[in-house]
Design a protein around this ligand. Structure first.
Ligand code: AR6
Length: 186
């Protein structure tokens, strides 16, 4: 599924983010940038030790929740890995939506600053961090659409969803967001 915002495209795809041939892939990291399971585990496993060596050197204090930092991509096909830190779900009253939006916004800013034309995101916070998938999808898509409208870049933003349930949640949220706020949906 895809949607067009001005000259940019949002794509939804089911698959593995480590296999994406895009300029930057986004990691669902933790604030210590210490590695872990899920997307983070897959990225460091396939990308090799270079990635963590670089983040340790450049970001010894980690990255605050709601923000992101950038590194090279080691052995992965992408050029960069953007390490975004989403919030742990605590019921919705602890500023989770704003923190999740911040992680997406800062990732997109870093992508633009590094001239990335294509960026792939996972469903940040919707795995180990427990953010309800439908709500995570709505925040992610609204934030990306607002950013693309304001900045006209990056050209391609792809959401790579690991399973059919996550794909379905993002597809439903994209339908919903685009019907509230009509955009071109070929
Ligand atoms: N490609 C795309 N999506 C994936 C992949 C993959 N290879 N693997 C898992 N997913 P999570 P979080 C999906 O847990 O919730 C780590 O330990 C997964 O099904 O990776 O932000 C970090 O170190 C889910 O829908 O990220 C942190 O401590 C989504 O990606 C913590 O987990 C996000 O799940 C971050 O938790």
């Amino acid at each position: 599924m895809r949607a067009t915002i001005d000259k940019c495209t949002i794509e939804l795809q089911q698959g593995d983010i480590t296999e994406q041939h895009v300029d930057a892939i986004v990691n669902a990291a933790n604030s210590r940038l210490a590695g872990g399971g899920g997307v983070d585990g897959a990225i460091h496993r396939r990308g090799g030790p270079e990635i963590m060596a670089e983040t340790r050197r450049k970001y010894p204090h980690g990255c605050p929740t709601g923000s992101a930092v950038i590194s090279g991509a080691g052995n992965l096909p992408a050029k960069y890995v953007i390490h975004a830190v989403g919030p742990v779900w605590q019921g919705g009253g602890a500023g989770e939506a704003e923190l999740l939006a911040g992680a997406f916004r800062r990732s997109l800013e870093l992508a633009v600053e590094h001239d990335c034309r294509s960026v792939a995101f996972p469903a940040i916070s919707a795995g180990a961090y427990g953010y309800p998938l439908d709500q995570a999808a709505a925040v992610a898509l609204r934030t990306v659409i607002d950013f693309l409208r304001a900045n006209g870049r990056p050209e391609i933003v792809r959401f790579v969803l690991f399973d059919a349930r996550a794909y379905g949640a993002f597809a439903a949220a994209l339908e919903q967001v685009t019907s509230e706020n009509p955009i071109d949906r070929p």
